[in-house]
Write a protein that binds this ligand. Structure first.
Ligand SMILES: [Zn+2]
Ligand SMILES: [Zn+2]
Length: 356
């Protein structure tokens, strides 16, 4: 076994215990672990024990690949949604040219937006990795990253890809959430609002394919019943049929539309898509950023607002509509200066007034 993989196991096991309140110390080629009683019991080890990574001896508490102990630890770890906390560092942080970025990224209707002041700050982004399963006649599954500015709730695109290039330092995460209950409630709302849009984009070709098949099957179904009806009607014209037989067949013909509607409904059900989304990982990204203190001038009135320059994807986070909470880059203001997306502009949901 390479020393690299030993190191990976050791740091995984060490993080696993440390996050759950154990004291872990490296000693020799293994780890000394002093674990809380219930955790030790759950894993099946004494409260104080030495875990070895290299030894294959059955008497030792070995956490080699394939060892039953490592298996148990992995299972327990898998029951919780892992939280990773990462600190980002940037050698260079943009300090000017923000007015141009605003002009490029935002449109203000009936208003002028400009930067008054900037400040280097630290802010948090939340990257939620969700697994989705879309089920229809076939199924499709995949992962979608949902990223939000934790301060504003603005959804952020490209964060996951851009993160690769950033200088990272991982902090031990753990089962205890560093987020307050109130924040978690907001996050649930953000996810509920954004996840359908993002899943939709992911399954577009899947949906198109199901739609095509639905249409094809409906066309075939209609052709089949049209032909059937024609054939049955033709048959009625044949001589030598008893009155009862004619009546019986006429009734059958009359039932065709109903039967076809039922079959169409079955097809609709067969090709409808049910989507299930499950959270599978959470990353809290702590990063330097630039906060822009801005002002919108609307006629004679002024409305302050803030923007975030995100050094990870090198762009400004979108603003968030006061009315619906959706991200907005095309900005309207109502008479009471609520910041609104185009959808909310005709009737401000906050004050039920019209926009300017
Ligand atoms: Zn809106
Ligand atoms: Zn309003």
């Amino acid at each position: 076994m390479s020393s690299d993989s030993n190191h990976a196991i050791e740091s995984f096991v060490s993080r696993f215990f440390a996050c759950r309140g154990a004291v872990v110390e490296k000693r020799g080629t293994g780890l000394d672990v002093l674990a809380p009683g219930d955790l030790a019991k759950q894993i099946g080890i004494p409260e104080y024990c030495h875990l070895t990574v290299e030894s294959e001896s059955p008497e030792d508490y070995s956490v080699n690949y394939g060892s039953p102990l490592l298996e148990t630890i992995t299972q327990v770890a898998g029951k919780q949604i892992p939280l990773t906390i990462v600190q980002l560092g940037f050698h260079y942080l943009k300090s000017q040219g923000f007015d141009r970025l605003i002009q490029e990224g935002f449109t203000f209707h009936g208003a002028i937006g400009r930067v008054d002041n900037t400040a280097e700050i630290r802010t948090d982004y939340l990257l939620l990795t969700c697994r989705f399963l879309a089920q229809s006649d076939e199924q499709k599954e995949g992962l979608i990253p949902l990223a939000f500015n934790l301060e504003t709730g603005a959804p952020v695109v490209n964060l996951e890809e851009m993160l690769d290039a950033a200088e990272k330092k991982f902090e031990p995460g753990g089962p205890c959430s560093p987020l307050e209950a109130e924040k978690i409630e907001s996050i649930v709302q953000w996810v509920n609002r954004q996840a359908p849009n993002w899943v939709d984009a992911q399954i577009q070709s899947f949906r198109d394919s199901m739609n095509r098949r639905f249409k094809r099957d409906v066309t075939n179904l209609e052709a089949y019943y049209t032909e059937l009806k024609q054939e049955m009607t033709e048959n009625l014209k044949r001589s030598g049929l008893s009155k009862e037989l004619i009546k019986d067949r006429q009734e059958k013909i009359a039932l065709i539309p109903e039967e076809m509607a039922k079959k169409k409904d079955d097809l609709f059900k067969k090709y409808s898509i049910k989507v299930n989304i499950r959270l599978s990982g959470v990353m809290l990204i702590r990063t330097p950023a630039v906060k822009l203190y801005c002002q919108a001038t609307i006629g004679r009135r002024k409305k302050p607002f803030t923007l975030f320059y995100n050094p990870i994807n090198k762009s400004l986070d979108p603003l968030v509509c006061d009315g619906c909470g959706q991200p907005a880059t095309s900005i309207h203001f109502c008479d009471r200066l609520h910041l609104l997306c185009p959808g909310c502009a005709p009737a401000c949901p906050v004050c039920a007034g019209g926009s300017k």
